[in-house]
Design a protein around this ligand. Structure first.
Ligand SMILES: [Zn+2]
Length: 335
């Protein structure tokens, strides 16, 4: 599509547990953020929640919004414009761009959430200046994004780069959500896997701070495990190390296959920082081939949990032709 949108755009990152949206100015400043829970909704309710969140940001901004970019945890088929399948949300076979453009009466562009995240990190974050960047977003599941030869690589007709579903254990545990596979990286290194590891560890050792927090009725979440780990809780630290070592197996595969300049780790679990990344790097270095073993950097996302939202806003501004988009009736009328 022609031209780059001026003014304010809205970036939306829809994850398996929550939505993050914000208005993004041309200089990259994010304002009027909103968070919404995404758990327990069916497809229709999800669409409603997402539309409400965007309308809320738009009202708060109070001025013109040039377009909306959505990062959603789905595979796509560019031939049909369909968001085909999500592992951790009840989204399938939906013309998400058309539905949102009609509902919001704004130009809309949609891409996979991790594709949005790698775009942001490669352009302006931990991969700035690099032409080969791979991203993993560790949240409810694990998203994968490839930035190869200076462009986001989406596979044939946009169906690609589900790096979280690379198998790291052929006879491993069943993967989660709608994935039919076993032993995927997502099943051992996502936020969901971290909570499972921490639960097992707390059951063995309830006499720690995190054990006492659970006993007091707090629900165990990935961010909570990261927080206790940073405070030195041995159970939380141990669970993050287990997940980090599993992540390292995936990183060795990525280093061997792509040999990128940098693998960027984002999503909520990456909040654990070096407690997660140090064991992951150590395993990667032990398992990967040279030169990748020595050359591939492993870095935390510079935009933290905002990578997907910022990348979605970049897409809204640029409206590339190779991802599903829709003009929106109001924009078409005004053109
Ligand atoms: Zn899987």
């Amino acid at each position: 599509m022609a031209g780059v949108a001026e003014g304010c755009v809205i970036g939306v990152d829809l994850g398996g547990t929550k939505l993050l949206a914000g208005a993004v100015d041309p200089d990259g400043t994010v304002h009027h953020r909103t968070n919404r829970p995404a758990r327990g909704l069916d497809q229709l309710e999800l669409v409603e929640m997402v539309a409400h969140a965007v309308e809320g940001v738009r009202r708060s901004v109070g001025g013109d919004v040039a377009g909306v970019g959505f990062g959603i945890p789905c595979t796509f088929d560019a031939r049909t414009g369909l968001a085909v399948q999500a592992v951790n949300l009840p989204l399938h076979d939906i013309r998400f761009a058309d539905v949102m453009a009609e509902r919001l009466e704004l130009p809309v562009v949609v891409d996979n959430d991790a594709n949005c995240a790698v775009l942001a990190e490669a352009r302006a974050g931990a991969g700035a200046g690099c032409s080969e960047v791979v991203m993993l977003t560790l949240g409810t599941g694990i998203g994968g994004g490839l930035y190869l030869h200076g462009e986001v690589y989406r596979g044939f007709q946009g169906g690609g780069a589900e790096l979280g579903h690379m198998v790291v254990d052929m006879d491993g545990r069943p993967c989660q959500g709608n994935c039919p596979n076993w032993g995927c990286l997502e099943s051992v290194s996502s936020g969901t896997a971290l909570v499972r590891e921490a639960s097992l560890a707390v059951a063995r050792r309830p006499d720690t701070d995190i054990g006492r927090a659970l006993e007091a009725g707090h629900e165990l979440t990935g961010p909570m495990v990261s927080e206790y780990a940073r405070a030195g809780d041995p159970v939380a630290t141990g669970a993050i190390e287990v997940v980090g070592r599993a992540l390292g197996v995936g990183l060795a595969n990525i280093a061997n296959i792509f040999c990128p300049q940098v693998i960027v780790i984002g999503g909520g679990v990456s909040g654990a920082g070096e407690l997660l990344l140090a064991p992951a790097r150590e395993v990667m270095k032990r398992r990967a081939l040279r030169p990748g073993r020595d050359e591939v950097r492993v870095e935390a996302a510079a935009f933290g949990a905002d990578s997907g939202m910022i990348g979605a806003a970049m897409l809204a501004r640029e409206r590339p032709s190779d991802v599903p988009s829709a003009a929106g009736p109001a924009a078409a009328g005004a053109a």
